[in-house]
Design a binder for this molecule. Structure first.
Ligand code: CU
Length: 149
């Protein structure tokens, strides 16, 4: 019985590891060391049914503020689970109202006419997909690529 339990644990371990978020391990140090006065601001306008710009190219190691502005008449998601776990997070902020600090997010939703600002440092180079998970918004065009180079 003990052997069976051990085998089960071994079988389940990789699945659990994949399911868990794996934030950048030294994120706090990167955020602390970065020159946030040199941060670059990028604005992504959301609407029915688009992200403008659709694709982003970011430089690894450089601090960014990504403003997500929903100018549409519907709520929209900015879902980018792989991108979000390959950056060092400083915070997510609703300007002058609230800040959230967490090692990892998988998605953010911006309500109609709302705005959310992402403060982050891209870390792991790659090409990551971003999309809206509401109804058929993704099929209608709410999908883009975020490249870290
Ligand atoms: Cu949407």
């Amino acid at each position: 019985m003990r052997t069976l339990a051990a085998v089960l644990v071994l079988m389940l371990t990789p699945v659990v590891a994949l399911a868990q978020a794996t934030p950048v391990p030294n994120a706090a140090e990167l955020v602390k060391a970065a020159d946030w006065k040199a941060m670059e601001t990028i604005t992504v306008v959301m609407g029915e049914h688009h992200y403008t710009p659709q694709d982003l190219t970011l430089k690894a190691g450089k601090p960014y503020k990504i403003e997500l502005k929903n100018e549409g008449d519907k709520d929209h998601y900015y879902t980018a689970p792989e991108f979000f776990q390959n950056v060092a997070w400083r915070k997510v902020m609703v300007n002058k109202q609230a800040e959230i600090k967490a090692p990892y997010f998988s998605a953010v939703e911006i309500l109609k006419k709302g705005q959310l600002d992402l403060y982050l440092i891209p870390v792991n180079k790659g090409s990551y997909v971003v999309y809206c998970t509401i109804d058929d918004h993704r099929q209608q065009g709410m999908e883009g690529r975020i490249t870290i180079e």
